[in-house]
Write a protein that binds this ligand. Structure first.
Ligand SMILES: Cc1ncc(COP(=O)(O)O)c(C=O)c1O
Length: 316
């Protein structure tokens, strides 16, 4: 087995370990489309465990570079998910203080992981959900703009640019001219917009497909149902070619299959993206067109485990 050079490099900070994630062929899960190559880009291999490391690191380093973020300021945001973990990790790596606003009822695991890196947690009203956390973060920044740096991943151009310069360039390096389709879920839309923009500059046509939950109320954490959501300012529908809508059930089932058939225990947004990628591959196979489909796997499934009562008896 060939050893990846990047893993044998000596790094001076964990921040340098972001990117150069593996691309793995899905032989078993995509066996119904044997004439088509289907690949999963394993973003859980980033040090914070998700695709959001790329955007968070670029938003922080660019702001440090041009003075929007200085050592006396506190980075503040309203995310308890993967972006929050990424801010917390790079806050510790880069010596930046981080505060996250979250509804007080988010899981203990979410609070603990952020606190482990020294992040301060500010609680918002649990009845107001994530919108309440956004409002509280914005209020705090408005009251004391000198104290805080608010990266705002939904409108920060460095979010898609992290994928334009990183994710897309790596995919072209890894599969080169063979790639025919790219698939990624939409959360902030940074991944699909940034990666698609770069892939569309390639000399060969590459079809870029966004994945959205089929329903407004869904269980595909990390993904947004755009028709019923506030559309992020960085979203640009002209950057990609098509939207596929995937049900929660299909996303969850594919996550289960990926664990059993490909030894990849992934989150449900990954299940949805791979479900769409395999649907495309089956169509290409049936039309005898061949092809090479790359899907983004944003994170690992264990992020969605919560300790259960019966486990506690054994743990403590
Ligand atoms: C698990 C998961 N999947 C997918 C996404 C979507 O990525 P993006 O925000 O780049 O659209 C996110 C973003 O938060 C995520 O956390």
């Amino acid at each position: 087995m060939r050893t990846r050079l990047v893993r044998s490099k000596l790094l001076s900070s964990v921040a340098e370990a972001v990117g150069q994630t593996p691309l793995v062929r899905l032989e078993r899960a995509a066996r119904e489309a044997p004439s088509v190559e289907v690949y999963a880009k394993l973003e859980f291999a980033n040090p914070g465990g998700s695709v959001k490391d790329r955007a968070a690191l670029r938003m922080m380093t660019r702001a440090l570079g041009d003075g929007r973020l200085t050592p006396d300021k506190i980075l503040i945001d309203s995310t308890s998910g993967n972006t929050g973990v990424a801010y917390s990790l790079f806050g510790a790596a880069l010596g930046v203080r981080v505060a996250l606003v979250m509804p007080s009822n988010v899981s203990k695991a979410r609070k603990d992981i952020a606190r482990a890196f020294g992040t301060e947690i500010i609680f918002s009203d649990p009845m107001e959900g994530s919108d309440g956390a956004i409002r509280k973060a914005r209020d705090l920044v408005a009251k004391d703009p000198e104290k805080y740096f608010y990266p705002d991943q939904y409108s920060n151009p460095d979010n898609p640019l992290a994928h334009y310069f990183g994710t897309a360039a790596e995919i072209l390096d890894q599969v080169g001219d063979r790639i025919t389709h790219f698939v990624a879920g939409i959360g902030t839309s940074g991944t699909i917009v940034g990666t698609s923009r770069r892939l569309h500059e390639h000399t060969r046509p590459i079809r870029c497909v966004a994945v959205e939950p089929a329903d407004p109320l869904h269980g595909l954490e990390g993904l947004k149902h755009l028709p019923s959501s506030l559309v992020p300012a960085i979203h640009d529908g002209s950057a990609y070619d098509e939207t596929m809508r995937v049900t929660t059930e299909d996303g969850w089932d594919m996550s289960d299959r990926l664990a059993r058939e490909e030894a990849m225990h992934v989150g449900h947004s990954a299940g949805a993206a791979v479900f769409a990628a395999i649907a495309i591959a089956k169509r290409l196979h049936a039309e005898q067109k061949g092809g090479c489909v790359v899907a983004i796997v944003p994170d690992r499934g264990d992020r969605y485990f919560a300790p259960m009562k019966w486990e506690k008896r054994y743990l403590w």
